[in-house]
Ligand binder design. Structure first.
Ligand code: ZN
Length: 217
């Protein structure tokens, strides 16, 4: 089973209406996931005419504009013609690699739970959302939790499973207030994810340590 992002997010991204962190996640998803690229091209074909008929949207924040410019330059989603470009920097999709110029080890990693670390990414233009890289050691789990808003997770390396299914590299898991889950990394290898949070998650399991993406660094 594959996990592509819903059309509504692709449409927001195509029109420039997606918040910068969501745009980063969608651009990276498109770079890694062929099925998502097919969906995107289908929507572009259908939506091109529609977009011409509606009022223009507000300009995207600078950071998103830069990401889109990189994609236009062939760094991002057009991996059919330039796969080597999109896969450089240790396998990170180009939009994320651009935010990690000195490599993953240079980031300020913080331990959240046993075998689980996070590092904040500096995505401009959206003071509300939090954007993180999550590293889950092979076989380890993020403590069981639910959500106070949207949580969007893109698998960059490895894979994880939760109550809803299994997610491989390039898959997106979108959850909200109605979902309680415990994402667990595959046993074979460590899992690296990009995660965007609307609001703090809420732990529901027997864990004392607070896993809160909104705590001050
Ligand atoms: Zn979650």
């Amino acid at each position: 089973m594959s996990h592509e992002i819903a059309d509504e997010f692709l449409l927001d991204y195509a029109s420039g209406a997606a918040p910068a962190p969501v745009g980063l996640l969608v651009a990276s998803h498109l770079a890694l996931n062929a099925e998502a690229r097919r969906n995107y091209r289908r929507l572009e074909a259908v939506g091109g005419a529609l977009l011409e008929a509606i009022e223009p949207v507000a300009p995207a924040p600078d950071s998103l504009a830069r990401i889109l410019a990189r994609i236009d330059a062939g760094d991002g989603i057009e991996t059919r013609t330039r796969p080597a470009v999109a896969r450089r920097a240790g396998g990170l999709p180009a939009p994320i690699a651009a935010l990690v110029p000195n490599g993953l080890d240079a980031l300020a990693w913080r331990r959240l739970a046993r075998g689980v670390e996070e590092a904040a990414l500096d995505v401009e233009g959206d003071p509300q959302r939090k954007t993180k890289l999550l590293r889950i050691a092979a076989g380890r789990a993020i403590p069981k939790h639910t959500h106070r808003g949207l949580e969007m997770t893109l698998v960059l390396e490895g894979g994880f499973a939760d109550e809803a299914g299994h997610y491989d590299r390039g898959d997106v898991c979108v959850t909200d207030e109605s979902i309680e889950h415990q994402p667990t990394a595959d046993r074979a290898r460590d899992c690296l994810c990009l995660a965007v949070f609307d609001a703090p998650i809420r732990l529901t399991g027997p864990f004392l340590r607070l896993l809160n993406p909104f705590l001050p660094r």
